[in-house]
Design a binder for this molecule. Sequence first.
Ligand SMILES: *Cc1c(COP(=O)(O)O)cnc(C)c1O
Length: 398
Amino acid sequence: MTTDFRATKALFELPEGVTYLDGNSLGPLPKAAPARMARAMTEEWGEMLITGWNKAGWMAQPATLGDRIGRLIGAPEGTTVLGDTLSIKVHQALAAALALRPERKVILTDSGNFPSDIYMAEGLIEQLGRDHELRVVAPEEVEAAIDEDVAVMMITEVDYRTGRRHDMRKLIARAHEAGALAIWDLAHSAGAVDVDVAAADTDFAVGCTYKFLNGGPGAPAFIHVAPRLIDAVRPALSGWLGHDAPFAFEPSYRPGAAIARMRVGTPPVLAMAALDSALDIWDGVEMADLRAASLALSDRFIAGVEAACPGLELATPRDHVRRGSQVSFRHPQGYAVMQALIAQGVIGDFRAPDILRFGITPLYLDETDIDRAVEVMASILRDGSWDRPEFHARAAVT
Ligand SMILES: *Cc1c(COP(=O)(O)O)cnc(C)c1O
């Protein structure tokens, strides 16, 4: 192993007394980010004003940061770009894929997908008004549901509730065999598992940067399009910064070169500054090392909880190849149990109806953290303190 995870852990701001197992939802603050953002504000925005677009490289950042993320997901240079939120990137990829398969009517996805991806598909179908069908099957039935009617298979690799991981290569190969395109949502994969979009030959990949990549709340999303396909993609969200010559202000849209056409409008410069410092940490990380460490910590957590916490049922596959970088357990009173854990400084989250979710992030978690989480969970289940009324009151964000 060449990655020094003790060194990466030291680069994060982790509050005293907190064991943070929710990096799959919102990564923690990199220590360097506040100064990097302050610099973007005072030295760049403050002093350079509008010249910052050139002098500070703001305009090029969606491409340069896109390439840095590309390295982590196996995407060649110049095939990944940053911008907007993940829901918007899903819309872009889906609209492009449907336009490339005009004679086909089915969007195939599975019931383990994150709701926003499904909602975006529903909205696009309505907007297009061409009688597309959204086919939602159980995760284990995706492969069998691929047929010659499918225009695009839209899959989130790792299930946000259970952590179950799809076999990307197999499903994409099967989709291509049937003449369908593949969109891969890497929201719970980028920075979490060893993805290789080029080897898996995906057509589109999208993902967010505020989860495992630690870019900060609201950090922009990314989109990757296979180079063999990009010239045929006509963007549905044809904003000026995806134009071939934005500053020529031509009367009509012409798609930009390669992946640049997937940009839409003005990039979030301040948010990109925080993401930039988060990506500095990733420069020293080998994804194979991260994957090995994640599995080892996950196994330790599963074994510890199963030995010490009766009443919790493992919802995550035991098989390494079928697992992402989170561990989930079911408990009929999962919400209250999670609130009790959080009150003791062990932060995970709850997903309805009964899932306790724990992100396993070797960048800043080690065996001591895992053991502490197990210990606290065992103690609140043993003494029943999770059942106190204050732990049953629901907040808006779970
Ligand atoms: C987190 C997540 C989203 C969130 O989308 P935003 O537009 O960034 O809020 C969408 N899809 C999946 C699969 C996710 O895990």
